[in-house]
Design a protein around this ligand. Structure first.
Ligand code: NAD
Length: 379
């Protein structure tokens, strides 16, 4: 059984899908692991570290992917890379399936069995495989570090002989995995932190981290969580009431970090141009949802925009800005899932198509898209 770890091709993707640590674990399962030379460079995993862990180093994608049974990737395979996979090879990656039906079709047609790690069910058994959590957690941390770097004042209250510096006010919008880590990080830096979310369960979590919870808590709010624990899209009326509350709160903030997402939908718009204009010059907004349409009006993917002295930061791939940790955790997530796809006696891939984790994540098989949410309709 050959496992391949190619270098990521997508622009601005410094992460890698295996670490020396997970290479060792795969060898323990009887696999041969081939890592493309340079694949880990941007996560500070040098070729020699993979070699020491027992991997073979190959030059180029072709030699790396040749005859591989299982391919570990960060991003969806695309373009000429598809032709390098063995027919029937499996790939684990962030497949970014929503709105990319054509790309998925091409992956299927290449004879690849693709699993979308971001569709992993959020059940106890799969916690260790939860790439959304491992990456969002780091993104939440990094967002606060980025905000602190762009802010021209201190985060903690400082009482000095020369006078007192007040604590920065940080407002976190969306208190999921990224938001909760942002709250915790901002608190550790000494900021005064508040947060909002449309899920009622978030209130207690925010408060337990020492944040103040800000939300319109009406009947709709009390029912605003899906069985899977995700946010629902809220009614126009609710959004208007919430926007009014948020508008008065935002005007008093120094830092705003937005993380609000709804699976399979564009990110909800939470901050209008008027709200940005109400903030003091020198304030900083970080839009972590910028890749999914953005929570902030005026935010631009990959850019920092300044409006009336307020910086709106739209970094892409924020987990990639902390690529060493992001790669280590992502690699662990992948190993945990891959282990369930491997028959340890036969030392070969053996996919149990009845397993709920396989059913939830498998996108393509036998030349076609098979996932019910992404397969062509009416065919
Ligand atoms: P996410 O990335 O999909 O969204 C981020 C946050 O934005 C969510 O908390 C969501 O409620 C919020 N949001 C959406 N619309 C909003 C709006 N209009 N205004 C304000 N906030 C808005 O969410 P996530 O971080 O992936 O977490 C979703 C849930 O799943 C959380 O309850 C989390 O604790 C839970 N979770 C469970 C497990 C597990 O059980 N294994 C693992 C991870 C997360």
């Amino acid at each position: 059984m050959k496992i391949a770890v190619p270098t990521e091709r997508a622009e601005g993707e410094p992460r890698v899908a295996a670490s020396p640590d997970t290479v060792k674990k795969f060898l323990g399962l009887g696999a041969e692991v081939v890592v493309q030379s340079g694949a880990g460079t941007h996560s500070r995993f040098v070729d020699a570290a993979y070699e020491e862990a027992g991997a073979k180093i190959a030059d180029g994608a072709e030699a790396t992917l040749k005859d591989a049974d299982l391919v570990l990737k960060v991003r969806r395979p695309e373009g000429e890379e598809l032709g390098l996979f063995k027919n029937g090879a499996a790939v684990l990656a962030l497949m970014d399936p929503y709105g990319h039906e054509e790309e998925l079709k091409r992956v299927g047609e290449a004879g690849i069995v693709a699993f979308a790690m971001e569709l992993m069910p959020r059940i106890t058994r799969a916690q260790v495989m939860d790439v959304l959590s491992s990456q969002a957690n780091l993104a939440g941390y990094r967002a606060v570090i980025d905000a602190a770097g762009a802010f021209d004042r201190a985060f903690p209250m400082m009482m000095t002989a020369a006078g007192t510096v007040p604590a920065a006010r940080v407002f976190v919008m969306g208190a999921g995995v990224a938001g909760l880590q942002a709250i915790a990080t901002a608190r550790r830096l000494g900021a005064a932190v508040s947060a909002t979310d449309v899920r009622p369960a978030a209130k207690e979590q925010v408060e337990s981290l020492g944040g103040k919870f800000i939300a319109v808590e009406d009947e709709e709010f009390k029912a605003a969580e899906t069985a899977g624990g995700y946010a629902k899209e809220m009614s126009k009326e609710y959004q208007a009431k919430q926007a009014e509350l948020v508008a008065s709160h935002i005007a008093k903030q120094d830092i705003v970090i937005t993380t609000a997402l709804i699976p399979g939908r564009p990110a909800p718009r939470l901050i209008s141009k008027e709200m940005v204009a109400s903030m003091k010059p020198g304030s900083v907004i970080i839009d972590l949802a910028v890749e999914r349409g953005g929570n902030v009006e005026g935010a631009k993917p990959g850019e920092t925009v300044e409006e009336g002295g307020v910086k709106i930061i739209g970094h892409l791939n924020v987990p990639g800005r902390i690529s060493g940790s992001a790669s280590s955790l992502y690699a662990r997530n992948l190993f945990a899932f891959a282990e369930t796809l491997i028959d340890k006696e036969a030392k070969a891939l053996k996919i149990n198509w009845e397993d709920e984790l396989v059913k939830a994540t498998a996108l393509t098989r036998d030349g076609a898209v098979i996932h019910p949410n992404f397969a062509p309709k009416g065919g």
